[in-house]
Design a protein around this ligand. Structure first.
Ligand code: 5RP
Length: 262
């Protein structure tokens, strides 16, 4: 791997091989998502506990100070919305030149395997990977499911993740699922887990993150289950412990309970 590519990846993936990426890109299709209405207020207190941010150029420029940032994964796909016809109908919204100008560590793009826009999204990934390889910028592919959350099973996610890697993604972001080892094991590049909509209890989140890490994920790219929690700092500290200190779900729960009482 070329020096620039390796250097950028090493900013995101820590020395222990793990990472906690904080996604705050949701507004690009959801508008002012709950608890992300004013991104700076959400991002600032979580920044010290995040290894990288997943963010669009608009929120990066307006809500993150350039002298106090973390490595940036720039979301570069978009063009559809929650109220539009089809969330899968995305294009590339930000150029590689702009990514370089913003000094990002990686770019991120969603792919929509199995939809009417499968081919466009996969060709967009391939084009982005070609440009990323030219400039030494890793591409993170997001195996998006749009509103079809029921698609999140091992068969589908393993298929989509493998295709993303085959087409040139240096990192794949996908969902946790039962039998996650089939997803991570079939994907020859590092796999990071997204969170999805908020689940009922903190322990559920700790359980799936712990399980995914044991089965080969290198970390998370998990937003709403942190910043929509009533105690986001407690939540991110507990999750960091699972990712970086191999804490069990029960230990993470202890950390959460202790931190939220502060
Ligand atoms: C939205 C995204 C998010 O980065 C991803 O879904 C992770 O966030 P969450 O944990 O809230 O699902 O790609 O398009």
């Amino acid at each position: 791997m070329d020096w620039g590519m390796a250097n950028r990846l090493s900013r995101i993936i820590q020395k222990n091989g793990h990472t906690l990426v904080m996604p705050v890109d949701h507004g690009y299709f959801q508008g002012p998502t709950r608890n992300l209405e004013e991104p700076r207020k959400t991002i600032s207190p979580l920044l010290p506990y995040s290894d990288a941010l997943f963010i669009t150029r608009g929120v990066l420029r307006s809500c993150v100070d350039p002298d106090n940032a973390k490595p940036i994964i720039l979301r570069v796909s978009g063009g559809s919305s929650m109220v539009g016809k089809d969330l899968a109908n995305e294009g590339i919204i930000t150029s590689m030149e702009e990514a370089i100008r913003l000094n990002v560590s990686a770019v991120g793009i969603s792919i929509f395997v199995g939809t009417d826009y499968e081919k466009e999204s996969l060709l967009n990934l391939a084009k982005l990977a070609n440009e990323g390889e030219r400039y030494g910028i890793p591409v993170m592919a997001v195996t998006a499911v749009g509103k079809e959350l029921e698609k999140r099973d091992a068969r589908y996610l393993a298929l989509a993740s493998r295709i993303a890697a085959e087409l040139g993604a240096r990192v794949v972001k996908t969902y946790w699922c039962e039998n996650f080892e089939k997803v991570a094991g079939g994907c020859p590049v590092p796999v990071i887990m997204a969170g999805g909509p908020r689940v009922d209890t903190e322990l559920e989140v700790f359980n799936f993150i712990y399980d995914g890490i044991q089965k080969g994920a290198i970390g998370v790219n998990l937003g709403r289950n942190i910043w929509q929690n009533a105690f986001p700092i407690a939540m991110i500290k507990a999750i960091r412990a699972i990712i970086h200190e191999n804490a069990t779900p029960n230990k993470a729960q202890e950390i959460y309970d202790h931190e939220k009482g502060k």
